[in-house]
Each structure stands twice: as C-alpha cells, then as structure tokens.
Design a protein around this ligand. Sequence first.
Ligand SMILES: [Zn+2]
Length: 255
Amino acid sequence: MAALEILAAAAAAAAIAAWAFLWVWDSSERIRNREQAGLRDDESRALLVIAHPDDEAMFFAPTVLGLGRGGHRLSLLCFSAGNYYNQGKIRKKELLQSCEVLGIPPSRVMIIDNRDFPDDPDVQWNTESVASVLLQYIQVNGISLVVTFDARGVSGHNNHIALYTAVRSLHSEGKLPKGCSVLTLQSVNVLRKYISFLDLPFSLSHTQDVLFVLTSEEVARAKRAMSCHHSQLLWFRRLYVLFSRYMRINSLHFL
Ligand SMILES: [Zn+2]
C-alpha cells in the first residue's frame, strides 16, 4: 500500500512538473511573440519620454532593455530635473549614470530644466507647451517610436499624466510625422503592482500589444540602474525595487 502511495505521489509530482515546464515554455514563446508584435522595425529611433529622473529605472527598465535587445536606438527626454526637494543638480547626474547602466549614452539623454515644467504633482503642465517641445524633439531627431506613460501614469503623478495627454493630443490631431507610432506603459492596479514576477500570468493575459519581461541578469541591471539614484533610495523605494513588477515586467499599448 505504501509503495502504491509513493508511486501515486511520484506520478502526481511528475505531472505537476511537466505542466509547470509546459507553462513556462509556452509563456516564453508567447512573450517572444508579443515582443515582436508591431516592433519589427529594428534599428528604429525610439524615444522614451519621462517626467523625472528615476522614472526610467523605476518604471521603464524592462522597456529600455527590451528595446535595446531588439536593436532599437533609444534616446531619452526627461521633462524635469526632479527639483521638488531642491535636488535637481544631483538628480540630473544620477539620471545620466542610470541611463549609462541601461545602455543609453549621455549624448542621447536630454533633460529639460525650466520653470514651465516643475517637478510638482500639484502643478498641471500645459499640454500645448509639452506637446510643442516633444514634437520638436521628434522632428529634429527623426524619431519613429515614442514611449511614455498611459492615462493613469503608473503612480497617478500629474506630471506623468501630462506627458500622456500631450502625446495623445499630438497623435489624435495627426501632428506626429508619418510612420511615428506611440507606445504607452499600461498602469496596473496596486495588487498587481507589488507581486513582482508573480504578475506574469496576469501580464500575459492582459497585455494589449507589447510585453517585455526581463531575465534575472537584466533584473540585476535594472536594480543597478535604480541604485544610481542615491538621493531617492529611501526605505520605501528599496521595498519598491524588491516587489514592484515594473522592475521586471512592462506591458505596453499602441495609441
Ligand atoms: Zn516620476
């Protein structure tokens, strides 16, 4: 009887292992397919648009590393120096260091530091001003893919949402150059936000267009980029780095 039970347990364990293997294999296939969807144009000039130094590492690291993997030439446009606590000077330096870790050289990083776009959740950035600066950058640099926040801005920060509003207005008014597409980073609910890689099944079933999932080596690189932002590494951000799915997974949606 005991031998039969052991045999049954072994069979059940083998079945579970086979199922897990198939699930992981199937997921990696689906992830590969998702990455390719709509992003076939290798060596395209892509632009990541963020509001504050650290957005690139906290929220967009999977996109930055995923686009780099696909051979896209990525530039970064940051609309503020992150001067909310008068640390703008330090934070600009930290952004350049983080970008280098993520594979974006300083020559392709532009930080806007002016009064029109203060780092402040209580100030509404003027949509037309943001759109005009953005459009000029896109035209001068021949950008064919713009990546930014969605309407909920991941954390709900007004400055993040202002970037979405501006890019959406450029898109809907047909002002973007021909062939220039826009990807927005899908915001997820707070439960999904902090379950790290366990969010993968939800991401696989809820991603609208493009999904980037980092390998463990790439996650280590994303964490290294985040650690460049010394001035921001308070205890709750350290917890964020450990638990946030945005340090490992990005789901994106084409406008
Ligand atoms: Zn931000």
